[in-house]
Design a protein around this ligand. Sequence first.
Ligand SMILES: Cc1cc2nc3c(=O)[nH]c(=O)nc-3n(C[C@H](O)[C@H](O)[C@H](O)COP(=O)(O)O)c2cc1C
Length: 157
Amino acid sequence: MSKALVAYFSVSGITARLAERLASAIGADLHEIQPAQKYTAEDLDWTNKKSRSSVEMNDKSFRPAIADKVENMDQYDVIYLGFPIWWYVAPTIINTFLEAYNLEGKKIIPFATSGSSGMGRTNVELEDSCKGADLMDSKRFHADAGIDELKAWAEQF
Ligand SMILES: Cc1cc2nc3c(=O)[nH]c(=O)nc-3n(C[C@H](O)[C@H](O)[C@H](O)COP(=O)(O)O)c2cc1C
């Protein structure tokens, strides 16, 4: 039987709550992707071109360091990968996460929350970081998407 992991990055807790609901809806393990250096409110100021998030997101090759690692990634065949949309794509820490593992043969299923944007070019930017894996269609959810909606979506994979 295939085993699923819900891994997520979340700064203000919106994606975290969605990821928790998803994991409990489908009986998956849950893992938080934690940055080595936490993002402060100042770091997240998208109106400031010099804020940490603006500078990082302007450089697609930048890989923010991660503090933790999934134990025994080999046991998972399916990874639901959650994050907030930043500048119309996934935060580059999601690329850091993907590049830290051998993902051969796994299914990667991105999902996100956002203020209002859809997934935009998210998968285009993630593709090169998913070597050997199947990168599936990604989906943006409303912050309060319920268990039934999440379960129905997740079970199609
Ligand atoms: C640096 C930054 C960039 C963002 N860019 C977008 C965007 O392009 N489109 C959008 O709809 N929301 C954008 N947002 C809003 C977040 O996607 C939204 O608040 C998300 O639900 C936060 O999730 P979290 O609580 O899990 O961190 C941005 C937020 C930040 C901090």
